[in-house]
Design a protein around this ligand. Structure first.
Ligand SMILES: *Cc1c(COP(=O)(O)O)cnc(C)c1O
Length: 424
């Protein structure tokens, strides 16, 4: 087992990068993204004993909030490589109006819409780009037109490196605008028969041009779940080291959920909390391969690609859940479950979040609340449970959908009589 590397200034706590497929242990060397032996997914392991000497509850309470307050638990060798836009440190909002409506005792919203580019993806991308900078990257590449690519493009802009992204088909106009504004080079590569052409191009560009691959899936970039685990750290701290009964998570590739699970396991290992919450993975009915695999007990590597995905929740469209191999065991281990929700249920949840709690989510970001409603109806979640719903992305990302949901404004002459008539 590799000993932690000591550099001048910062103490580094990474022990090894372990392949989750063949078990091979790698030292944290430059440019490492997948297992050198078998191409499998890597898991970053730390020296938790040494970390627990460095950080405890008191020390954490002293640090300013945000992803990088957990530096010792993140995979960087030097603080000087941090690329930050102020991600993380998001509020855990007490959702009293929604709780009253659903007759719940304790409902909380982890409001990830507050991140710099409007989604939780800023956490993993801050970590991913910082690591690429540490590796000496000149360019980064992604295979997405959604929040992951947007976050990547913003952090690449901040770092002063180029950003390329391969996209399969059209994205929402507002998301594409956000992506292009940050200067990303967007290349369309439509599917022709088998396989995902965007991932193929991304891999080849890494091999041939040396563009560092930073899609949001841990299967291609092991630094991604490391960013997402900080959501769990924050929830524990915000609940004063109590662990909630349930955490409800919208799921596409399963990276966010895998990262969340790792966060609780690590804090438990550091003796900061006891146990972990039950994790509820929520998918859209129009693309629910992970939910189906959970219900049917399909082994992760045998999950078939979802045919013709279709849903308003664009952030959850991952026909093949790349991180199912870590997400499925995590859901089981936590005693959690999965659920799929319809577009109508998602849009209703989006409206409720906005009207009852003042939180404007995009459909993918509201899917968690839609899932919670179903789990309450089924009796899976109890009304006395402490429940955290992760609201993962903001509504300004897809204004077109919101405009379809909202009523049209009324027009009158500027006369009080007309206003009276209108209000009657
Ligand atoms: C990416 C994304 C998700 C799902 O995350 P995965 O890691 O792909 O499971 C959920 N909500 C929003 C808003 C997203 O952008």
């Amino acid at each position: 087992m590799g000993r932690p590397i000591l550099t001048l200034g910062d103490r580094v706590f990474i022990e090894e990068l372990r392949c989750l497929k063949c078990g091979h242990s790698h030292a944290p060397t430059k440019g490492l993204y997948i297992c050198k032996r078998c191409g499998g997914k890597l898991d970053i392991r730390y020296d938790y004993e040494a970390i627990s000497e460095k950080i405890g509850k008191k020390e954490l309470a002293k640090r300013p909030r945000g992803v990088w307050k957990y530096f010792e638990l993140l995979p960087l060798t030097s603080r000087k490589n941090i690329v930050t836009l102020g991600e993380g440190g998001t509020p855990l909002l007490e959702a009293k109006n929604l709780a009253r409506k659903f007759k719940l005792k304790h409902l909380l919203l982890k409001d990830e819409t507050r991140n710099p580019t409007g989604s939780f993806k800023d956490r993993p991308m801050s970590v991913g780009v910082s690591k690429a900078v540490e590796f000496g990257a000149r360019a980064v590449v992604s295979a997405s037109s959604g929040n992951a690519a947007i976050a990547l493009s913003a952090y690449a802009a901040k770092a002063g490196i180029r950003c390329y992204t391969f996209v399969p088909v059209g994205a929402s106009a507002s998301k594409l605008a956000q992506l292009l504004m940050h200067g990303a080079r967007v290349v369309r590569a439509p599917a022709r028969g088998k396989g995902d052409p965007t991932y193929k191009l991304m891999r080849e560009a890494w091999q041939r041009f040396g563009w560092h691959p930073i899609p949001s899936a841990g299967a291609f970039n092991p630094y991604q779940p490391e960013g997402s685990k900080t959501i769990s750290y924050e929830i524990c701290e915000q609940l004063r080291w109590e662990v909630p009964d349930w955490v409800v998570v919208p799921v596409g590739a399963g990276t966010l959920l895998s990262g969340n699970a790792k966060g609780y396991l690590e804090f438990e290992r550091l003796d900061l909390i006891k146990g972990m919450p039950r994790l509820a993975a929520i998918q859209a009915e129009g693309c629910a391969p992970l939910t189906k695999a959970f219900k049917e007990d399909t082994p992760p590597h045998e999950i078939p690609t979802w045919p013709n995905p279709k849903t308003v929740a664009g952030g959850l469209v991952d026909p093949y859940p790349w991180d199912a191999d870590t997400a499925l065991p995590a859901i089981k281990r936590s005693g959690g479950t999965t659920e799929a929700v319809s577009d109508a249920e998602i849009l209703q949840a989006q409206k409720m979040l906005a009207r009852l709690e003042g939180v404007f989510a995009e459909p993918s970001g509201a899917a968690g609340l839609a899932g919670l409603r179903k789990l309450l109806d089924a009796g899976t979640v109890d009304s006395s449970d402490v429940i955290v719903v992760e609201v993962t992305g903001g509504g300004l990302k897809d204004v077109k959908i919101a405009m379809q949901l909202a009523e049209k404004p009324s027009v009158i002459e500027p006369e009080l009589e007309q206003l009276k008539r209108l209000l009657r």
